[in-house]
Design a protein around this ligand. Structure first.
Ligand code: ADP
Length: 305
């Protein structure tokens, strides 16, 4: 069993010729809603990439609105156990308003909504899903106190804790000490350790700082270059797969969900990384967050070819 705790967001995306100036009314095109949120993306990845033996639980918050209920239904369709998706009264579901300019740049405004309500109380109400899990996966798009508390509950019950520290923020040692694994990208690793990760040597330095805080396994994702892994004195870069990237949104989320499913399947670290690289590589060949995440069958087919 994998339990994921984190954010649920709907991205409202519109293409614009240029960003609207103050007072300007602009006509956009290609408006669509794409389901995202790091917690939800990772849960969807885990569910699509798991076989029938692994249960994926998701602890998160939606608002009291149709959007939230529709998203919750979609998670169920993907095979996620949604029993502990809490609907928060008088709140809206988390959203992002994204303008994509013709130049390719984007401009994003976020409303945390129900995600901001994922507090220690919600964690307490969801305790059974943490205690029963083999692994707990979290990110930093929901308030930190709940992440700290969930990690503590997991640790007390022998559940391994994995943190994808995104978006990066400074973290207290009491949280770091309860983590078994951390999966930052290069930017996040730099913010958390102060070491700019540019090559193997700097990655080793950054990982050492995480190890000193008590974290056994450090994975630094390197975009198209793959991932740096440091575990029990072994340190190496495992290259990713070359694909024609069109949209890297949710690449890291797909990687994290896939990687943990592969570990729960009993795969050794390197094989689990390869499986996650394939899933993430497929996701970057497609547009959007959750729509881009492949299934287990697609991923296994790619591995065979
Ligand atoms: P994040 O999305 O969190 O910034 P990264 O950009 O480091 O994470 O990417 C995470 C993983 O996604 C990589 O380790 C790799 O497996 C895959 N990936 C990302 N970008 C590409 C790419 N251009 N081509 C192939 N795989 C990619």
């Amino acid at each position: 069993t994998l339990t994921i705790l984190g954010s649920i967001n709907a991205d409202h995306v519109i293409s614009v010729p240029h960003f609207a100036k103050p007072g300007e009314t602009l006509t956009g095109h290609h408006y669509h809603i794409a389901y995202g949120g790091k917690g939800a993306n990772q849960a969807v990845a885990a569910a699509r990439l798991s076989d029938e033996h692994t249960q994926v639980n998701f602890i998160g918050c939606i608002g009291d609105d149709d959007l939230g209920r529709t998203m919750k239904n979609a998670f169920e369709q993907d095979g996620i156990n949604t029993q502990f998706i809490h609907q928060i009264a008088h709140q809206t579901t988390g959203i992002a308003m994204i303008q994509v300019a013709a130049s390719g740049e984007n401009s994003i405004v976020i409303s945390a909504g129900a995600n901001g309500c994922l507090d220690e109380n919600i964690v307490e109400q969801s305790r059974s899903q943490i205690e029963q899990a083999d692994l707990l996966l979290m990110q930093l798009e929901t308030p930190l106190p709940a992440v700290i508390k969930a990690a503590q509950i997991a640790k007390n019950n022998g559940v391994k804790v994995v943190l994808n520290p995104a978006p990066a923020q400074k973290l207290p040692d009491e949280l770091l000490a309860n983590l078994n694994m951390i999966t930052p990208n290069e930017t996040e690793a730099e913010i958390l350790t102060g070491v700019k990760v540019t090559d193997l040597e700097s990655a080793v330095k950054s990982a050492e700082i995480f190890h000193q805080k008590g974290i056994e396994t450090v994975l630094i994702t390197l975009g198209s270059k793959g991932v740096f892994v440091s575990h029990q004195g072994q340190q190496e870069i495992v290259a990713g797969f070359k694909v024609n990237a069109v949209d890297t949104t949710a690449a890291g989320d797909t990687f994290n969900g896939a990687f943990l499913i592969a570990l729960l399947d009993g795969k050794p670290l390197q094989d689990a990384i390869r499986f996650a690289h394939v899933a993430a590589a497929i996701s970057v060949t497609r547009e959007g967050a959750q729509p881009s995440i492949p299934t287990r069958a697609e991923t296994l087919d790619f591995l065979k070819s």
